[in-house]
Design a protein around this ligand. Structure first.
Ligand code: SF4
Ligand code: SF4
Length: 439
């Protein structure tokens, strides 16, 4: 069985809550709040003003700089506000608020391409930039940037990430099961852009429906399906490369350093839709799940839809929630208000009831070594935890803290309940602050 280096973990799975539920269109909201920053890189500048009428797919935010991505109206209606609104990151972010006119009217003349595999790679990349496509696995790195490595970095392999190792989440599973043809075509476009002959799709072995559907869709092509062991964090970029190719990305390096580009399966479908039909990224599949929501499922949700609307359309909450998380329980971000919008990178909404949330204080490190054993990068999480507590973030650098992928395995196994990932994030933030001061 293809698998990751390092021990990793087998956390509670809970995918059965939604894995067999087909994707359904969520009812359109009355308004959307579209942040101008939904990606890694520079935020966009608004292209509209209060009072303007906009149509679905219309570009409303212009990227400033190469590492950025435009944003588009996800419904038709009137711009009623532009200002700072709650963002799922926990901060406030400059956003455009559109009130629906109830028509869902698209712009005229989307640029379709039937013969897309004969387009020039440069033209394909331009389509991807203009469609506002970013990594939909959660990283939200602008896709066109990943597809433009420096000349000296020769890319030989494209890997599509369909591992979806986060507990509870099934959005990618359903996407591969229901849209395997689009995944395969998106992969062909990516391989054509990068000029590579080797393409792999990595899927965890707990998704038999997706595996079968993808196997059929890629039959007769040069794309290879790799079934990887169900183990967390199998879907982390560097771990998947190790599982699929047996190659390791060097410390501090990127996949392109060893000639590899990894994209999420959802990103591949967004690329296909943009290239074939001219459709910009205005919606995504979101798994709404957990024992704290009445009607779990997989939903096609317009970008900018507020959490409040998502919860209402899923039947509401079961009692008082202990935690509502955007993403999965291992790497997701807890939300403090229902007035946050679904973004391009929102793969899930997890509602955990109070009894499932640990509220105890953490205790002293007993040096059991479980976190070290679980770490897929083979780091020393115990050291980071102790150094953060002792307010010595700088010292963590010599223990390669920057290689940490924040997967949460260490926190999950710690018998002392230590918030190791939070402590690592604190260390990284302090290191960034110190670096900015020097600069
Ligand atoms: S969060 Fe970082 S230190 Fe902890 S297990 Fe994951 S990679 Fe290792
Ligand atoms: S798992 Fe927790 S208690 Fe054990 S060594 Fe790591 S930080 Fe310490």
């Amino acid at each position: 069985m293809w698998t990751i280096a390092g021990e990793g973990i087998h956390p509670i799975h809970e995918k059965k809550l939604t894995s067999s539920i087909a994707v359904e269109d969520l009812k359109l909201p009355d308004k959307v709040v579209i942040p101008l920053s939904q990606h890694i890189g520079a935020p966009c500048e608004p292209l509209v003003k209060i009072g303007d009428h906009v149509k679905k797919y219309q570009k409303i935010g212009e990227p400033k700089g190469f590492v950025s991505a435009p944003v588009h109206a996800s419904i038709s209606g009137k711009v009623i506000a532009i200002g700072r609104f709650s963002h799922p990151s926990g901060n406030q972010s400059q956003s455009i608020v559109i009130e629906s006119d109830g028509k869902d009217e698209p712009i005229d003349g989307l640029a379709e391409h039937r013969d897309y595999l004969n387009l020039d790679p440069k033209e394909l990349k331009d389509i991807i930039v203009n469609a506002g496509i970013v990594g939909m696995g959660g990283a939200t790195f602008p896709t066109h940037v990943k597809l433009s490595p420096p000349k000296e970095k020769k890319i030989d392999v494209v890997i599509l990430n369909g591992a979806e190792c986060e507990p509870y989440l099934t959005a990618d599973d359903r996407l591969m099961t229901e849209m395997p043809g689009e995944v395969a075509e998106g992969m062909k476009i990516l391989m054509h852009i990068m000029g590579v002959k080797e393409g792999y799709i990595g899927i965890e072995d707990d998704k038999p429906g997706a595996i079968e559907a993808i196997r059929k869709a890629i039959a007769g092509t040069s794309i290879r399906l790799i079934t990887v062991e169900k183990k967390y964090p199998q879907g982390a970029e560097k771990q998947l490369i190790k599982s699929v190719l047996g190659k390791e990305v060097p410390s501090g390096g990127l996949p392109m350093d060893i000639g590899v580009i990894v994209q999420n399966v959802g990103t591949a479908v967004a690329i296909y839709n943009a290239v074939r039909y001219g459709i910009p990224l205005i919606e995504r599949i979101v798994t709404v799940t957990g024992h704290g929501i009445k009607r779990p499922g997989n939903f096609r949700v317009r970008i900018g839809t507020l959490l409040e609307h998502v919860i209402t359309e899923c039947g509401g909450l079961v009692g008082d929630p202990g935690k509502i998380i955007f993403g999965g329980p291992m790497m997701g971000i807890a939300q403090y208000t229902l007035h946050v919008p679904v973004l391009k990178g929102t793969s899930g909404v997890l509602v955990m009831p109070k009894e499932e949330v640990l509220l105890e204080d953490f205790r002293a490190c007993i040096r059991c070594g479980r976190c070290v054993q679980a770490c897929p990068i083979r780091l020393l999480p115990n050291m980071y935890s102790v150094l953060a507590e002792a307010e010595k973030p700088k010292e963590a650098e010599k223990y390669y803290v920057l290689d940490c992928i924040e997967c949460g395995c260490c926190t999950y196994v710690c018998p002392s309940g230590r918030p190791i990932v939070h402590q690592i994030r604190y260390i990284k933030a302090e290191m960034r602050k110190a670096k900015n001061k020097v600069a």
